[in-house]
Ligand binder design. Structure first.
Ligand code: 4NP
Length: 165
C-alpha cells in the first residue's frame, strides 16, 4: 500500500466523543502493530472548544480504562478534511449532516459514514452526547467506542489487507 489509511472521528465539540474514539482507536492500532498503516485524527464541527484539551470527565473515564487523552487539543472540522481523510466517521446524525453540508461539490459522500455503522450492537446510530449529563453518560460513550473501534479495526484490516510488521 502506498500510503496509510486516514481515519477521522468527528463530533460536535471535539472534547468528548471524538477524542475518546481517537485515543481508544490509536491504542488498538498500536497494540495491533498497525500504526505505520493507519493515521488517526479527530475534529469537531463546532469551534467553541478549539485549542482545548478534552473534557475532564471524558479524560477521567478514559484514564480509568488505561487510555490517555490529555495530550489532545480540539480542532474544528474543515472542508479540506473531506479530501484528506479516507474514512470520516461522525458520532451522530447531526454531525453527519454538518459534514456533508461542507461537501459543496458532492464529491466525498462515500467517505462519510456514521461511526456506529461499525457498532456490533448498534441500537441507535448516534453516540449519545454526554456533555450535559452525568458520569454514567461518559461510561456509556466509552463502552460504545470500545466495541465499535474493535469492529472498525477488524474491518479496515480486512478491507485493506493490513498486517503488522
Ligand atoms: P462532543 O460533546 O461533541 O462529544 O465533544 C460536546 C462538547 C461540547 C458541547 C457540546 C457537545 N458544547 O455545546 O459546548
Amino acid at each position: 500500500m502506498s500510503r496509510p489509511v486516514r481515519v477521522l472521528f468527528v463530533c460536535l465539540g471535539n472534547i468528548c466523543r471524538s477524542p475518546v474514539a481517537e485515543g481508544v482507536f490509536r491504542q488498538k492500532v498500536r497494540d495491533a502493530g498497525l500504526d505505520d498503516f493507519i493515521e488517526i485524527d479527530s475534529a469537531g464541527t463546532g469551534a467553541w472548544h478549539v485549542g482545548n484539551p478534552p473534557d475532564r470527565r471524558m479524560t477521567a473515564t478514559a484514564k480509568h480504562h488505561g487510555v490517555d487523552l490529555l495530550w489532545q487539543r480540539a480542532r474544528q472540522f474543515v472542508d479540506t478534511d473531506l479530501a484528506d481523510f479516507d474514512h470520516i466517521l461522525p458520532m451522530d446524525k447531526s454531525n453527519l449532516h454538518d459534514i456533508l453540508y461542507l461537501d459543496e461539490g458532492n464529491d466525498f459522500g462515500q467517505r462519510v459514514t456514521l461511526f456506529r455503522q461499525w457498532d456490533p450492537e448498534p441500537g441507535t446510530y448516534d453516540v449519545p452526547d454526554p456533555y450535559y449529563g452525568g458520569d454514567a453518560g461518559f461510561e456509556e460513550v466509552y463502552s460504545i467506542v470500545d466495541r465499535t473501534t474493535d469492529a472498525l479495526l477488524k474491518g479496515l484490516a480486512a478491507h485493506y489487507d493490513l498486517e503488522p510488521d
